[in-house]
Ligand binder design. Structure first.
Ligand code: PGA
Length: 247
């Protein structure tokens, strides 16, 4: 049985006041059984988030980490620093990192290895662009991203995959439950044999314009184990409604 998981990716949003308000509401909400919940603030707000979430069911993660262990890498944050701060999760290979920071599959693989080496649980993001889907390449792109990230690893304990079609992120367009389900089933098949993973037991989240009103039908699909939520994770009531839909 795969435990459901709902993760908020706050991207480059937040202030001390808004983080305080959002997390005060979230930790006060009744935690539905059987659903893991995590939030990924900016690096700057991780400490505040950890202290507000202490003793609650809400875990904290980062949106990225360095592939390097430590050293002269200005502006970077090491996976071990995130683990030392108290983070449990780290998002790796988000399409905005791939797109705006030219993250290659090789860099994503190195970050994944760094995260695992530091004892963090990575959320590996994969997904095709609209052009790639229209050209019939969606599965090929996702398979290549999975192999590129996981192909050299012997094991990946605690790994979670997030399928996030790029055309659905922040656009209001969502993959239909059927489209998402079919890609999730495909991903499970691809995971078998990569990094010692078992496709049946690895959690695969959906991401891309998940909202309270579409979460239920997505979570009803047998291979969708939860969501990576961007825009709708910035309001406690909206995010909590998605968490409740996963219960
Ligand atoms: P969105 O973002 O929910 O705002 O589409 C999802 C993501 O990028 O993780």
């Amino acid at each position: 049985m795969r435990q459901r998981l709902v993760v908020g990716n706050w991207k480059m949003h937040g202030s001390r006041d808004s983080v305080h308000a959002l997390l005060t509401d979230l930790v006060a909400a009744p935690a539905p059984g059987g659903v893991g919940v995590a939030v990924c603030p900016t690096y700057l707000h991780i400490h505040q988030a950890l202290s507000l979430c202490a003793g609650s069911a809400v875990a904290v993660g980062a949106q990225d980490c360095s592939a390097q262990e430590e050293g002269a890498f200005t502006g970077e944050v090491a996976a071990a620093m995130l683990a030392d701060a108290g983070c449990q999760w780290v998002i790796i290979g988000h399409s905005e990192r791939r797109q705006y920071h030219a993250e290659s599959d090789a860099l994503v693989a190195a970050k994944l290895a760094a995260a695992l080496g530091a004892g963090l649980q990575p959320i590996l993001c994969v997904g095709e662009t609209r052009e790639q889907r229209e050209a019939g390449d969606a599965q090929g792109v996702v398979a290549a991203q999975l192999k590129g990230a996981l192909g050299e690893l012997v094991s990946a304990p605690g790994l979670v995959v997030a399928y996030e079609p790029v055309w659905a992120i922040g656009t209001g367009l969502t993959a239909t439950p059927g489209e998402a389900q079919s890609m999730h089933a495909f991903i499970r098949g691809e995971l078998d044999g990569l990094a010692g993973l078992d496709g049946d037991t690895t959690r695969v989240l959906y991401g891309g314009s998940v909202k309270a009103d579409n979460a239920g039908e997505l979570f009803a699909q047998q291979d969708i184990d939860g969501a990576l939520v961007g825009g709708a994770s910035l309001k406690a009531a909206d995010f909590q409604a998605i968490v409740n839909a996963a219960a």
